[in-house]
Design a protein around this ligand. Structure first.
Ligand SMILES: [Fe+2]
Length: 172
């Protein structure tokens, strides 16, 4: 989670130079895509910070979880390739920034992280819960549908936190 939090902060704070370049060149479709992307990344920062604060109570410095290779990619290569666009808007510089951001950071590292999340959640579900169709599951679903409309634990932030913690399936 510390790696995700740091990564979300990195991609949020470093994307702006690329947006400014595509905007200055009148590439409106790419500007729309990247500004939407930036908004999403900002929401991810907020979500993971809230999860660390409110679900696990991790208020301490988590920097010791960042490995040397992670630091090189997120704290050196990512800002360097994006910030280079402030003085060099050439096609080569844009490709370097986009490959670093979209192909390496998002396409390789974030996707690998998502895969790890999915594997972890699936193994927790398999170990802790009966299979779908089991009477206990069916009964719980039926009762939860009627309880949900009045339950304060149905707030979206609480439900997301419970899903991340593996206590609730997305379709419940
Ligand atoms: Fe993100």
């Amino acid at each position: 989670m510390a790696l995700f939090q740091a990564g979300e902060e990195g991609v949020t704070s470093d994307l702006l130079p690329l947006i400014m370049v595509v905007a200055s060149e009148g590439r409106i479709e790419e500007e729309i895509f990247l500004t939407s992307f930036l908004w999403e990344e900002a929401k991810h920062v907020e979500f993971f910070r809230r999860w660390l604060d409110e679900v696990v109570g991790a208020h301490q410095d988590l920097g010791h979880y960042l490995t040397p290779s992670y630091r090189q990619l997120f704290l050196a290569e990512l800002p360097k390739s994006l910030n280079a666009l402030k003085t060099d808007q050439s096609t080569a510089a844009q490709i370097r920034a986009s490959v670093t951001y979209n192909m390496i950071i998002e396409g390789v590292l974030a996707e690998t992280g998502y895969h790890g999340f999915r594997e972890s959640l699936e193994s927790q579900r398999a170990a802790a819960r009966p299979a779908p169709g089991h009477p206990a599951v069916v009964a719980r679903r039926k009762s939860s549908h009627s309880i949900r409309s009045v339950s304060p634990s149905n707030r979206p932030d609480q439900r997301n936190a419970r899903r991340l913690a593996g206590h609730e399936r997305p379709d419940e």
